[in-house]
Design a protein around this ligand. Structure first.
Ligand code: SF4
Ligand code: SF4
Length: 467
């Protein structure tokens, strides 16, 4: 049997890939979309339209004044009926632009192909095309793609396309690889051209061998010009969290990314498969990121599937498109069950980072054995055995629960990638990753407060010096 790439630690989780045979279906845009101005890592966009304006598909409705971020575009044509502040799932207020869809799907005149062949396009032009298309990492990380790319030019020599899709339930990338492999390859061409590189590895888990074959067929069928790019498909062992950047880099190159560092620091850059398809669309059609593939699943949904949904579609409209609920969900998850975020409002919406929306019932959600009390560790050691970052999750959970932040730091809590493998494997039902997330949040807040205090002190000192 051929060698398959893998990493140390991790876990075999139940896959629930119920929708892997469900083709991507185009959803009619709903009557109303509500588009958040913060869907990416970095500063929120500022609205560039006003209530009452008519907007067209692909028109910029939010722009970044300065700093890291991505512009936001209209996903339908219609009338802006509100610019409102709504809390996201973390309770943070985010501005949203509500557009009443006029059903005409009228495209903005500025949406047009770049016009020059790729070979005559400069790296900076590619970065700018990606920036203006508002593309951020579509695997869930939502880091602005133009910033990742421009920071890597001249710095990296290894390009990896993350097609692992290791989270249970999610099959959006799987369907994209089967149905539109050439879109992924077209985006890769543009990204490699900007980086001045010719080799790329597409990393696919071995539970998607049909996708491996589809990609290999598409690579073999490429025109001689496109064959300047040497693309290889690497078959990865199916294991969670294979899709984590650190695990992919280790599995394929043997390089470990030190804590606090990025893949680029070891010469690697990783793009998600659907991000590549979005780059392809931006370059060849000029269409910004206005919709994405969402796996809609969970035991509450009548007809699970893969839906090409406009950004800003509510979870209620998405569920209705999939036949509605057959029972009332106790929890809606944006993303996979391991790393996704629980949502409490059916009016929350699909964003650029939404690879799945899961509607899960009370019976489905694993009951803890603690009956409402915090579950107690029985010191079995399984969490440590499976942690892909080789941490001591039980200690981290303990210190997180006790808010013993310095102890948590001593046990390297900031290296946790929040993959949830420890929680998944804990027989006692300890919500390990939740305690870890809380500790990391408190540590970040502490660091920010210390930094602000130091800046204040410095400016006071400066003031008194000059005074
Ligand atoms: S401690 Fe962090 S990195 Fe390790 S298994 Fe738990 S969530 Fe994943
Ligand atoms: S897996 Fe759960 S019970 Fe076992 S050591 Fe870790 S926290 Fe304790």
């Amino acid at each position: 049997m051929a060698l398959k790439y893998t990493f140390r630690g991790g876990s075999h989780v139940r896959e629930y890939k119920n929708t892997s045979a469900c083709p991507i279906t185009h959803m009619h845009a709903p009557a109303v979309v509500s588009i958040p101005l913060s869907q990416h890592i970095g500063a929120p966009a500022r609205p560039t339209v006003a209530v009452g304006d008519r907007v067209l598909v692909g028109q910029v409705i939010g722009e970044i004044a300065q700093g890291l971020g991505c512009p936001v575009h209209a996903s339908v044509s219609g009338k802006v009926v509100a610019i409102e502040s709504r809390n996201n799932s973390f309770g943070i207020p985010v501005q949203r632009i509500r557009i009443e869809n006029d059903g005409l799907d009228e495209i903005h005149p500025e949406v047009r192909p770049f016009g020059k062949p790729l070979s005559e396009t400069s790296p900076q032009e590619i970065v700018e095309i990606i920036r203006t298309a508002g593309i951020s990492g579509m695997g869930g990380a939502t880091f602005p793609t133009h910033a990742k790319l421009s920071g890597a030019i001249g710095k990296v020599d290894t390009v990896i396309i993350n097609c692992a899709e290791c989270e249970p339930f999610i099959t959006a990338n799987h369907r994209l690889m089967l149905e539109h492999p050439e879109d992924i390859l077209g985006g890769i061409d543009a990204l490699l051209h900007a980086l001045g590189l010719h080799d790329v590895t597409l990393a696919v888990e071995d539970n998607k061998m049909d996708a491996v074959e589809a990609l290999r067929r598409a690579i073999a069928a490429r025109t001689p010009a496109a064959q300047a790019v040497r693309a290889t498909v690497a078959v990865m062992k199916t294991k969670y969290p294979q899709g984590d950047e650190r695990q992919i880099v280790y599995a394929l190159t043997g390089k470990e990314i030190p804590a606090g560092k990025l893949p680029a620091d070891v010469g690697c850059i990783i793009f998600n498969a659907e991000t590549c398809a979005a780059v392809n669309r931006a370059f060849y059609e000029g269409m910004p990121l206005r919709r994405r593939i969402v796996t809609v699943d969970g035991d509450c949904i009548a007809h699970p599937g893969n839906v090409l949904a406009p950004i800003g579609t509510s979870y209620a409209d998405l569920a209705a498109f999939c036949g509605g609920w057959i029972k009332t969900p106790a929890k809606i998850v944006n993303g996979g069950p391991m790393m996704g975020a629980a949502q409490w409002d059916v009016n929350d919406v699909v964003t650029k980072g939404t690879s799945a929306v899961l509607y899960l019932s009370e019976e489905f959600i694993r009951p803890t054995i603690s009956d409402g009390e915090a579950a107690a560790c029985i010191h079995c050691g399984r969490c440590a055995q499976h942690c892909p970052m080789h941490l001591m999750p039980l200690e981290l959970a303990k210190y997180g629960r006790e808010h013993a932040l310095d102890d948590a730091l001593r046990y390297d809590v900031m290296s946790c990638v929040e993959c949830g493998t420890c929680t998944y494997n804990c027989p006692a039902g300890v919500e390990i990753v939740q305690y870890i997330r809380a500790a990391k949040g408190l540590l970040r807040a502490r660091a920010a407060a210390e930094k602000a205090k130091a800046a204040q002190k410095a400016s006071n000192g400066e003031g008194s010096h000059h005074g």
